[in-house]
Design a binder for this molecule. Structure first.
Ligand SMILES: [Zn+2]
Length: 409
């Protein structure tokens, strides 16, 4: 059975981890930083060394290419990202790019020609030091000029990065690729959680990437003297907010598993020891892999918010703050991953991704899916991020055999 070159893959991972290495044993390679530019140059050198071509699109997405015999064949994209969060780890993103690269080398050396051009791709700024999922949004044609005017990393940093990489905003907005030329997309990533480790399972097959909805929930009551106002005469906005927080948690745990909910900020006004709060504002966010479930969660959360307002003699105002739709992944690619894991004798389970990934963008334009390998202790975005060598190798072999399976389809 064809398998990847274990020693080479582990060496490539070690070599890449030296670029932007931190004293704590992690990696700092923020998008379009000097370190990121070095990592890109390094991958190009590796491609040249092993006799593969590469190309960079106008969003800075870097691809190493193993062409099909037929020049008009579609392209099967496989990859992840070379950038990291500041003071991040060695595996997040890097694993997916290098496993894809190693799979291409293995196929090349085995003289295996597939009916697709294979492209090992590293997307620009997955992590959001600048914009977040920047390169994949550009490639998928969903990036807008507004996304670039007030980026989360600041406008100055974005412009400095673009300049360093010889990229332009115009180029970013024109990097969109014709979906008709694409066959599929596949991404290998570390889990960044403990589900696989706890269940002692080799491979997680991602069925969907969760959608995220954010709202402000604002309870309004009456400011009053915190000593002289009898308890049963108060309209305490925080009582409503606290009851909502607790009951929303119970409701989501009981009825919407594996969905999650978070109240990430609480603001009280006027805000003093001796004043009953007139206003309590909650930053509510919830996630699920199914839009149907997200809709049901939202319907229940709204009626809960209103019921609680009545109980505590308050009014409630709800304001939408943002939504990212859930991204269900492709059944055909999911089946190919599972087939590959079976071929290799690896255990696997289906799960949702609760973190965002470039795959969610690609899934909107081409059949896409992703797989996870275990993260020790679930630690990620941290210098102590670690995935065992055997899991690194398992993941890369599943990538290789998924490509082979997709080639038969
Ligand atoms: Zn990542």
């Amino acid at each position: 059975m064809l398998t990847i070159n274990t020693e080479r893959l582990l060496r490539l991972l070690d070599n890449l981890a030296e670029i932007g290495a931190t004293a704590a044993g992690g990696v700092s390679r923020p998008a379009l930083s000097e370190a990121d530019m070095k990592a890109r140059a390094w991958l190009k050198e590796q491609a040249e060394f092993y006799g593969l071509n590469y190309r960079e699109d106008s969003a800075g997405n870097l691809s190493v290419i193993l062409p099909a015999e037929d020049a008009n064949a579609k392209t099967l994209l496989v990859g992840s990202h070379l950038d990291t969060v500041p003071n991040g780890g060695r595996y997040d993103g890097a694993l997916g790019v290098l496993a894809a690269f190693e799979a291409l080398l293995t196929l090349k050396e085995a003289y295996r020609k597939l009916p697709y051009h294979l492209e090992c791709i590293s997307f620009t700024d997955e992590e959001g030091t600048l914009v977040g999922l920047l390169g994949s949004s550009a490639l998928c044609g969903t990036l807008t000029a507004e996304d670039l005017t007030a980026p989360r990393g600041g406008r100055e940093r974005l412009l400095a990065g673009l300049k360093r990489a010889n990229l332009t905003e115009e180029g970013l907005l024109n990097a969109h690729r014709d979906p008709a030329t694409l066959a599929a997309f596949l991404e290998l990533h570390i889990e960044q959680g403990t589900r696989l480790e706890e269940a002692n399972i080799d491979i997680g097959v991602v069925t969907s990437i969760v959608g995220i909805r954010s709202y402000w929930i604002e309870y309004l009551g009456d400011a009053a003297h915190a000593g002289t106002t009898p308890m049963d005469k108060r309209a305490d906005a925080f009582w409503g907010a606290a009851a909502f927080t607790q009951q929303a948690r119970d409701m989501v745990m009981e009825r919407f598993y594996p969905g999650v909910i978070n109240i990430g900020a609480v603001e009280l006004a006027p805000g003093a020891f001796n004043i009953v709060p007139a206003r309590a504002r909650l930053a509510l966010e919830f996630r699920h892999g199914s839009e149907t479930e997200l809709n049901a969660m939202w319907a229940e959360l709204q009626s809960l918010a209103r019921d609680i307002a009545q109980v505590y003699n308050l009014s409630v105002q709800i304001t939408h703050s943002g939504s990212i739709p859930a991204a269900p992944l492709n059944d055909g690619v999911i089946a190919a991953i599972e087939h590959a894991a079976d071929t290799l004798g690896l255990s696997h389970t289906r799960l949702m991704s609760f973190a965002g990934h470039d795959t969610q963008n690609l899934s909107r334009i081409t059949p896409a899916a992703m797989l996870f390998v275990p993260s020790v202790g679930g630690i990620s975005h941290n210098p102590r991020e670690y995935t065992r060598a055997r899991d690194v190798v398992n993941g890369a072999n599943v990538v290789l055999h998924t490509l082979l399976k997709l080639a038969q389809a």
